[in-house]
Design a protein around this ligand. Structure first.
Ligand code: PLP
Length: 497
């Protein structure tokens, strides 16, 4: 199986090269040239297998330059022992129609663990295949969840180093502590004076700085990305959608072949794109419902065909969805326009220069049919947290609440009562003050006190790895100016291999 760039369809790379590169040199994203298929018979077979076996089977279809043994080993290293419970994911049924696919039982309590626990193993194997013996340096700018999940995934993984930058005042207390207290010999964390955009821009500059790259190369190292544009993050997400469908078949909740909708709280469009990829493989997914918060640029795009980022940027209680440029949408665009790389390039240039682009009516018609969209604000999400708690004694986080709220409105509006998988993307204890406010109306200043109160009200224990944060001594407390970031990188990874 080969991968092509959305901005140069002639380029064809193996999955190992694709994973090592992250982003294509032309600025495009890598996509599989075709989609391997899964039929009902195979779904039935998969339903009898454990998670790692399922993962191996699906990866093997997309990563033909890896052996099945290698893929199984990667899956086992990632998913066995690192997740609470027997399986890495859980499904909780609410009412007649809602299946909450809980993806946050990993080490950092957000769904990003599902991909970032396995990406380091893919990267190490890919580097071995490339045969150049270079060490991989992961450089990441984070607004919260990605940084911690990447640190946890890469910690002490041989042949890798990781540096995470986060905006000094741009992450929650819990998120900051999660990163400051990170363990591991090959990790480094630094806060940056500025906001997330400043941090991300500076990281991109370091990535492409010829002098820094040359220095790295001299020392036997190369940069790579743990960002959601990496194919190595997308494929593990396809796996959990296929696996969730297989679980519903196995438990008798659905008949094999029955259509199921999927609802996803969306930011960078990676998670919902993975559901779309599973559908392209033949998993009987119907509507893929795209849920946004007040930064509803995707709702607008999916209903009008105009993508426009010249708009106000809201800081919401679902911060991981506070995004205006959803990078992974480029992959869908490539598919929609019939794989015309020039079309994607023009659209992305227009977005860069004017902050907007428009698609054709035909493309829009496809989107409206397949990706119904909706949005809600913080109040709508909080009300939904409260309703779910009162009705089902079920507690969800602020991101997941956006998805449930948008789904309920969709069902009312359309009368579509098809069963739906709803992606549950974070533990409610990752955003304890907002969750407490939702269920009790009370405002707490301190995350840990709020969490204790939630425990009292709900009886649901706070995950150990979050609880222990309040007792841990911060290890990385450096704060630097934007212009000092390059020096920080050089001083931490500039040394010999
Ligand atoms: C990253 C994240 C999202 C958004 O996922 P995308 O793949 O970027 O669309 C939603 N919820 C949580 C909790 C996240 O961390």
């Amino acid at each position: 199986m080969k991968y092509q760039s959305t901005r140069n369809k002639e380029l064809r790379l193996d999955s190992a090269e694709t994973i090592l590169k992250g982003l294509s040199d032309d600025g495009g994203l890598f996509v599989p040239v075709e989609f391997p298929k899964i039929d009902n018979e195979e779904i039935l077979e998969l339903s009898k297998l454990g998670y790692c076996e399922r993962a191996k089977r699906i990866f093997a279809k997309f990563m033909t330059d890896f052996s099945e043994e290698e893929l199984f080993e990667c899956a086992k290293n990632a998913y066995e022992g690192n997740f609470e419970g027997e399986k890495p994911t859980e499904i909780v049924k609410l009412g007649e129609d809602k299946y909450m696919l809980e993806l946050w039982h990993g080490p950092t309590c957000a769904f990003k663990d599902m991909a970032l626990q396995i990406l380091p193993h893919f990267l190490v194997k890919s580097a071995e295949k490339s045969g150049d013996g270079k060490k991989t340096v992961i450089l990441t700018a984070t607004s919260g969840d990605t940084g911690k999940a990447a640190l946890e995934g890469f910690r002490d993984v041989k042949g890798t180093e990781i540096i995470v930058f986060y905006p000094d005042n741009g992450v929650s207390k819990i998120q900051q502590l999660q990163m400051q207290t990170q363990q591991g010999e090959n990790v480094n964390v630094c806060a940056v004076k500025g906001n997330f955009d400043d941090t991300q821009t500076a990281v991109k500059e370091i990535f492409t700085d010829d002098k820094i790259r040359a220095k790295l190369s001299e020392n036997g190292k190369r940069f790579s990305s743990a960002n959601s544009i990496n194919v190595g993050r997308l494929l593990p997400q396809v796996v959990y959608y296929v696996s969730a469908y297989a679980d519903l078949v196995e438990s008798g909740e659905i008949a094999n072949g029955e259509t199921v909708n999927v609802t996803v709280p969306t930011g960078n469009f990676g998670n919902i794109l993975a559901a779309h990829y599973a559908k392209k493989m033949g998993i009987p997914f119907g509507k893929l419902i795209c849920a946004s918060n007040a930064n509803n640029v995707l709702t607008e795009f999916l209903s009008t065909g105009g993508y426009n980022i010249n708009r106000y940027f809201f800081m919401t209680e679902s911060p991981s969805m506070d995004i205006l440029v959803s990078s992974n949408l480029e992959r869908l665009l490539f598919e929609l326009c019939g794989k015309e790389d020039w079309y994607v390039k023009a659209a992305m240039e227009s977005l860069h220069e004017h902050g907007e682009y428009y698609i054709t009516d035909e493309m829009l018609a496809y989107l409206r049919e397949n990706f119904p969209a909706g949005w809600t604000d913080d109040k709508g999400a909080r009300n939904r947290i409260k309703t779910l708690f009162d009705e089902y004694s079920y507690l969800c986080d602020t991101h997941t609440a956006v998805a449930v709220e948008v789904y309920e409105k969709y069902r009312e509006r359309t009368g579509d009562t098809t069963k739906t998988i709803i992606a549950s993307t974070a533990s409610p204890y990752k955003f304890p003050r907002a969750v407490l406010k939702a269920i009790s109306g009370r405002n707490f200043r301190n995350d840990f006190n709020a969490a204790k109160e939630i425990e009292k009200l709900s009886g649901l224990p706070m995950p150990k790895q979050l609880r222990e944060l309040s007792k841990k001594e911060p290890r990385f407390t450096k704060v630097c100016e934007k212009k000092e970031m390059a020096d920080f990188v050089l001083s931490t990874v500039g040394g010999e291999n």
